[in-house]
Write a protein that binds this ligand. Structure first.
Ligand SMILES: [Mn+2]
Length: 288
């Protein structure tokens, strides 16, 4: 069965929170994977990385890593120095990952996030720059055994890849077996004509998968067509992790960046909500 995970941002208002505090909590809720902040691991000492690795090993958790590149690291920037910094940063992430273990690097690792197309910018030109940057960064990923998963996101968060079809064409241009796609039901819900069709089209190019309801409640709390989604994952024989990204609490940089402007938790308990969602996802995965 696919390992079930959660993004650490569920429990915090700051992207730079130390991930070690969420390891035991994730394990107690029933998760097998914890997705942590990739920039954070590049800033840790080897000793700090050792501690995170030891905690994750002890809890039997695999780690995955996500990124939303900042403006100063934008691979689609017209400034060559910015693009160079971005590539070097992604190389650092791959090296830190090979130290910590876990092979999935995912998110907006091809441009900055969130990012609109600005006046006088041409989507094709910026996409070409992003492809070139990823081609460069993915070489280090190959050396480190890292799968470089580009996330397809909705139109309000980026313009380069809004659909799986655009993601496939981007990954094909990168021309590396280590460049794969991250699809996310929250974004697919806005952009795709059919959940099933785009998953079938993506097939073996799917490297990572994010779960979320349309309002980012934990899976099982909303109206996402989960039977269709998990059925399509079975059809393409997807073996990777399914990582939920619920966000319920407003405030801080996480609340602001995710656009959580109201309290979706209410009187519920964060850990109980997460644990129930694990059970829901597991029951979906067990269906034949
Ligand atoms: Mn996502």
């Amino acid at each position: 069965m696919n390992p079930i995970g959660i993004h650490f941002g569920y429990w915090t208002q700051s992207w730079s929170s130390d991930p070690i505090q969420f390891v035991q909590r994730a394990q107690k809720c029933g998760f097998e994977v914890l997705e942590i902040n990739a920039p954070k691991i590049t800033r840790m000492s080897d000793k700090e990385r050792e501690a995170v690795k030891a905690a994750a090993d002890k809890a039997g958790l695999n780690l995955t890593y996500s990124i939303g590149l900042t403006d100063d690291l934008d691979l689609a920037s017209d400034d060559p120095a910015t693009r160079k910094r971005g590539v070097e940063f992604l190389q650092d992430v791959s090296r830190a990952m090979s130290f910590l273990g876990g092979s999935i690097m995912a998110g907006i690792n091809y441009s900055s996030w969130p990012r609109k197309l600005r006046p006088n910018e041409d989507k094709r030109v910026l996409t070409d720059r992003a492809v070139n940057g990823v081609r460069e960064a993915v070489k280090t990923a190959e050396d480190c055994g890292v799968i470089f998963c580009v996330e397809v996101v909705n139109r309000f968060e980026h313009f380069i890849m809004n659909t799986a079809a655009e993601g496939i064409s981007f990954a094909e241009r990168v021309e590396s077996p280590n460049c794969k796609l991250l699809l996310d039901t929250f974004h697919m819900n806005i952009e795709e004509d059919s959940f099933r069709d785009c998953l079938i089209e993506t097939g073996a190019r799917l490297g990572h998968f994010h779960l979320g309801e349309p309002n980012r409640r934990p899976p099982g709390r909303g109206r996402m067509p989960w039977s269709e989604i998990f059925g399509a994952l079975r059809e393409i024989n997807y073996q990777g992790a399914v990582v939920m990204e619920p966000f319920l609490i407003p405030g801080g940089e996480v609340g602001r960046d995710i656009s959580v402007w109201r309290d979706l938790l209410g009187t519920a308990d964060l850990d109980e909500e997460a644990a129930q969602s694990v059970q829901f996802v597991r029951s979906q995965l067990q269906k034949q």
